[in-house]
Design a protein around this ligand. Structure first.
Ligand code: VGL
Length: 199
């Protein structure tokens, strides 16, 4: 049984946000369209992750310094702000459960998160649902999507990345990230391969 993990489709990672990716809003709409047209039964569960920062230590560049966009970042996805909310083009009625991460530390992978309002981990929750395989999509290809896909492999799920439903922080590193995922066994697929598998 397969789940879809929709990573961090939040306002701050979309155009106009603190850490906006060029394609973020497009990906939000494309994920919603994909979920509306995917054959019934494709996914046992659809999970969303959200960056959920309160005081994530050195993850934010200290005031007055420039972020390096590798380990330090502009302030983003602070709990209670507009930037932390799911992008409006992501139809949140299609998400069965939210996993939040990064309250007091950097947390790129959804597997570092916990079920909203609970301590339950993503891996435990998926296994309890009988999930053996996951598809991963969302933002950002080169950070949170990659980290989530790599952790899913480490947790021994079968993993596919839906490449057209991902947005990268930097165009070059997006492609590098997909290569890194493929290297550890992530299958690279496009949403159309799932929608029309024999086309
Ligand atoms: C992300 C950089 C910093 C992401 C989160 O969602 O990919 N990237 N925090």
């Amino acid at each position: 049984m397969r789940a879809l993990i929709v990573v961090d489709i939040q306002n701050d990672f979309c155009p106009g946000g603190a850490l906006g990716t060029a394609r973020g809003a497009g990906v939000a709409a494309a994920v919603s369209a994909y979920l509306r047209s995917v054959p019934a039964g494709t996914y046992t569960a659809v999970v969303g992750t959200r960056d959920h920062h309160i005081d994530p230590e050195g993850h934010f560049a200290p005031a007055g310094t420039e972020p390096d966009f590798e380990e330090t970042w502009p302030v983003h996805c602070v709990v209670g702000t507009h930037g932390a909310e799911a992008h409006p083009d992501l139809d949140t009625s299609l998400i069965d459960a939210w996993f939040l991460k990064g309250e007091y530390t950097a947390a790129y992978s959804g597997f570092e998160g916990h079920l909203e309002g609970s301590e339950e981990t993503l891996a435990g929750w998926l296994r309890a649902c009988g999930v053996t395989d996951v598809d991963v999509c969302g933002i950002a290809t080169d950070f949170c999507v990659r980290a989530t896909a790599l952790d899913a492999v480490a947790e021994e799920f079968g993993v596919r990345a839906l490449t057209d439903l991902c947005a990268e922080v930097t165009p070059g590193p997006g492609a590098v990230a997909f290569n890194q995922m493929a290297y550890v066994g992530v299958e690279l697929a496009e949403s159309k391969d799932v929608l029309a598998p024999n086309a």
